[in-house]
Design a protein around this ligand. Structure first.
Ligand SMILES: C[S@@+](CC[C@H](N)C(=O)[O-])C[C@H]1O[C@@H](n2cnc3c(N)ncnc32)[C@H](O)[C@@H]1O
Length: 211
């Protein structure tokens, strides 16, 4: 008899609050026998009886574990926001054939930030400073440009505005600093590039700039 080819389901869990996860992702996660995810996601969504593996910086070990489990089970991988925007999907595509992967979309933290500002995001330039730096040519100033950016512990809500001003963005350009989107303690501050330096820096958040 032909062996069953098990699959990896990559489920987006949205910005964090359980109200913002799709029912299809919730269903896949609750019925998973093997569940992979960041510690926060496992705390929020895993239940007893599931084999749980935290995603750590050691991605090679996580991939190795998934490969072993796939021999006998489907594996569900939870990622924050949408899997299509800077998630472990990149690494999984390099390691496994396309037919083994199934993606359930989620609401990206960027989508959530634009929604909170009631601002359309078509036409916006989307950039990630999370563990990477956009290319020089992506940072240029042009009047009317809207930027949506992921930040991290290094490129935060102080460092990025300084970088943009160095690239020619006017200091009075409107900036929204968004943290903990969807949670009870969500914080959205509307300021300017220059004004951001007066407030406490936000590390893991979203910056929306309206040039
Ligand atoms: C590895 S990236 C994942 C992006 C994710 N795939 C998405 O679509 O939102 C992690 C970054 O997403 C952003 N992020 C994720 N959840 C967030 C939230 N609830 N509020 C603000 N920013 C968030 C932060 O910039 C964080 O550093």
């Amino acid at each position: 008899m032909e062996a069953v080819a098990h699959r990896i389901l990559i489920a987006g869990i949205g910005p964090g609050h359980p109200d913002y996860i799709l029912p299809a992702a919730r269903q896949a996660i609750s019925s998973a026998k093997v569940l992979v995810g960041g510690r926060r996601a496992l705390e929020g969504f895993a239940h007893d009886g599931q084999k749980q593996i935290p995603i750590t910086k050691d991605i090679a070990s996580v991939i190795g574990f998934i490969r072993e489990e796939l021999a006998s089970e489907d594996v569900v991988v939870m990622v924050s926001g949408d899997p299509g925007y800077y998630s472990m999907l990149d690494a999984l595509r390099k390691e496994f054939p396309r037919e083994r992967l199934q993606v359930i979309p989620g609401i990206s933290s960027l989508q959530m930030a634009f929604a909170k500002l009631a601002l359309p995001w078509h036409g916006a330039r989307l950039l990630s400073f999370h563990g990477r730096q956009p290319e020089e040519r992506e940072l240029f100033y042009e009047k009317g440009t809207v930027l949506g950016m992921l930040t991290d512990g290094s490129f935060d809500s102080h460092r990025i505005p300084v970088l943009l001003m160095e690239k020619g963005w006017p200091k009075e350009t409107r900036l929204a600093v968004c943290a903990r989107l969807s949670y009870e303690d969500e914080r959205i501050v509307e300021t300017t590039l220059e004004g951001a330096l007066e407030m406490e820096e936000i590390k893991h958040g979203i910056l929306i700039v309206q040039g």
